[in-house]
Design a protein. Structure first.
Length: 655
């Protein structure tokens, strides 16, 4: 049995995939301690200690630590003369036209940066690192009493000897203190991104290592065979590896949903998807093309760039628990503050008083107060209306009008995120299908599709736990890379093959028996950005052709004969993963729908009520309708109709 657990801000979701592919789901309220919700869900799943072979956990601990700035006190050790690198950044503005906006401060204090008299150039040592300098620097670091140390020297990605010597000395003099060296964390060029990523790794490592060790120990105590964590790159790693790769967990939580949507697309033979995971505190948008999740080389979390392989995720503060408010100009806003799980939205009846997106959905009739949520939680429609009424006076609307405004604002915020991962990257969303999931996402599917001009929305059979399902089904993944600046026209084939051979050897040791793929980061000479391409036949000769095709797809042209340059080579190793038996829990007869009055698009209508997740294949559902499932609810708005797929998913199309 494989189990995936996604710990969100409001609910903790669990999906267990049995050896025959059948699935079992659980949903419990989250707590302030993420591990508490994790093991509570596990104990509900297997109170008698049923054997679990693999547990995959999607964690937000690294993300939250960066957002809330509660990592370890870190000292940065860098080449003398470059101590201000994290403050200089790339000398770009936080906002081009807003001079009052500033970038978030670095993760280290300026007085905790130590310059080292040493210098590597592209061809080797320019200033040697003396033993006396090592003694001086280690003493200076020790005097600052750090909890973690980051070491990032110039050209260490090509010549790591100085970093290795100093890192070894620091580990010897500061036992128990985490030391992260840039040649281990990110052996690629671009000194600012490499230094920032290494600093983030050191900053996160003590916190992540402690949390991972506790979760791993708890899993072992329950007899779980293997405990693994999801990375930002879309694969799983062991607890031991995660403790030394803390920064790779920055997008651990949201990535599971993209993998789940990717699996669903394979079953429906639909490889081009826009995904939206709307949970309790945020909404995460991504895009899948040709059956593969889009990736990027650098992501930004809390203003900190992390130049590590990651699935493309755009996050906005528009979750079910996002609080609605009115600004000084009288405009209705949603987020970024969230009610979380405690006290939660007012309709949860746990002490929350401020109006949220979930309260608006209850007031509009989209969610049924008689339908129990996780932990037998029932919604309080009266409390939801009372909370929304707090905004009636400043907005000049009744509670229903306020609720309609709240969902309209939330829809606009999420639509912007979807445009940033599609339109802003040269992808036409009208050619894709939208997959909304998470506890609240399917309520907004049709509205978002209308805004983006999309004609198809796919609602999974169990959308509220799709992220946990993706975690349970995810493969093990290792990605290794090295820098190589060469013009493709003068490329020495043997050198490239030697680089790939070395990376493949290391990847094979990390994941024996894994499937290996060769990638290359390429650009036209003079460009400041790259495109990662896959070598379809594994040979270096295919690099230029693959890059031209990718550049034409992304930017509409292939450079008109410009010289192609390869800057990095990569090897991806993947192993394992499972395919759930979609549709195993489908109903065998045609259920009789109920009905109730709801408000859609500002107008009261009578909608049919269908049980999502238990519908027979080929059933047609005209809008307006509500699809109420055990883990989430979906809307079929007027002008849309749904057809149940054999997988249990409902494919909505515009009439």
């Amino acid at each position: 049995m494989r189990v995936g657990i996604d710990v969100g801000g409001t609910f903790t979701d669990l999906v267990a995939v049995a050896p025959d592919g059948s699935v079992d789901i659980r949903k419990v309220l989250s707590t302030d301690d993420p591990s508490e919700g994790l093991f509570r869900a596990l104990d509900i799943l297997a109170p008698g200690g049923a054997p679990i072979d693999v547990l995959v956990h999607g964690t937000t601990i690294a993300t939250n630590a960066l957002l809330e700035r509660r990592g370890a006190r870190t000292v940065l050790v860098t080449t003398a003369g470059f101590e201000d690198l994290l403050w200089l950044r790339r000398q770009d503005r936080a906002s081009l036209y807003d001079l009052s906006r500033h970038h978030p401060p670095p993760l280290v204090r300026r007085e905790d940066v130590v310059g080292v008299v040493e210098r590597m150039g592209p061809d080797g040592a320019v200033i040697a690192l003396a033993e006396a300098e090592i003694d001086r620097v280690t003493t200076a670091v020790l005097d600052r009493r750090p909890e973690a140390v980051a070491v990032a020297f110039l050209f260490a990605f090509r010549h790591p000897e100085h970093e290795r010597r100093l890192a070894a000395a620091l580990r010897a003099k500061l036992p128990g203190v985490a030391v992260a060296a840039s040649h281990d964390v990110l052996p690629l060029f671009r000194e600012y991104e490499r230094c920032a990523t290494t600093t983030a790794e050191a900053y996160l490592r003590p916190l992540v290592a402690k949390a991972v060790a506790g979760a791993s120990t708890g899993a072992a105590r329950r007899g779980i065979g293997t405990f693994r964590l999801m990375t930002s790159g879309g694969g799983t790693i062991s607890a031991e590896t995660a403790a030394e790769a803390a920064a790779s967990l920055a997008l651990s939580g949201p990535v599971g949903g993209v993998i789940g949507a990717q699996l669903l697309g394979q079953v429906l033979d639909c490889g081009d998807l826009l995904t939206l995971d709307m949970g309790g505190t945020s909404a995460d948008a991504s895009v899948i093309q040709g059956g593969a999740a889009s990736r990027e080389g650098t992501t930004v979390v809390g203003g900190i760039p992390l130049a590590l392989p990651s699935v493309l995720i755009e996050t906005v503060s528009a979750g079910g628990g996002s609080i609605a408010w009115v600004d000084d100009a009288g405009a209705l806003k949603v987020g970024p503050r969230s009610a979380g799980a405690v006290p939660g939205p007012a309709c949860f009846g746990r002490g929350g008083l401020e109006p949220t997106v979930t309260d608006a959905c209850v007031a509009l009739g989209w969610l049924d107060p008689e339908w129990a949520l996780a932990d037998a939680l029932r919604l309080d429609a009266v409390a939801a209306g009372r909370a929304l009424a707090r905004l009636s006076t400043p907005l000049g609307r009744d509670a229903i009008g306020v609720a309609a405004g709240v969902v309209a604002v939330a829809t606009a915020v999420m639509a912007r995120a979807l445009k940033r991962v599609s339109v802003a990257r040269g992808v036409d969303p009208r050619r894709l299908a939208l997959v909304p999931f998470g506890g609240a996402g399917p309520l907004f599917g049709c509205a978002l599709a209308d805004v983006l001009g999309m004609r198809t929305v796919i609602v999974p059979a169990h959308p509220g736990v799709l992220s946990a399902l993706g975690l349970a089904a995810a493969s093990e993944r290792v990605e290794l890379s090295t820098s190589m600046h060469e013009r493709v026209g003068t490329l020495e084939r043997d050198r490239v093959l030697a680089a790939y051979t070395d990376l493949e050897r290391r990847a094979g040791l990390a994941l024996p028996g894994a499937l290996l793929r060769r990638l290359a980061d390429c650009r036209f000479a003079g460009q400041g950005y790259e495109i990662t391409v896959s070598l379809t036949n594994g040979e270096p000769e295919s690099i230029a052709a693959a890059f031209h095709a990718a550049h034409r797809t992304r930017y509409g042209h292939a450079g008109a004969g410009g010289q192609v340059e390869i800057v990095n080579v990569r090897v991806v190793a993947e192993r394992g993963g499972v395919r759930p038996a979609w549709g195993r829990r489908l109903g065998i007869g045609r259920p009789t729908p109920g009905s109730r009055r709801v408000v859609m698009r500002g107008e009261p209508v009578r909608a049919q009520i269908w049980p999502l997740g238990e519908l027979p294949p080929r059933l047609r559902i005209p809008g307006p309708a509500v699809l109420a499932g055990p883990d989430a609810t979906a809307l079929v708005e007027p002008g849309w109709r749904g057809t149940v797929h054999a997988s249990g998913a409902v494919v909505l199309e515009r009439e």
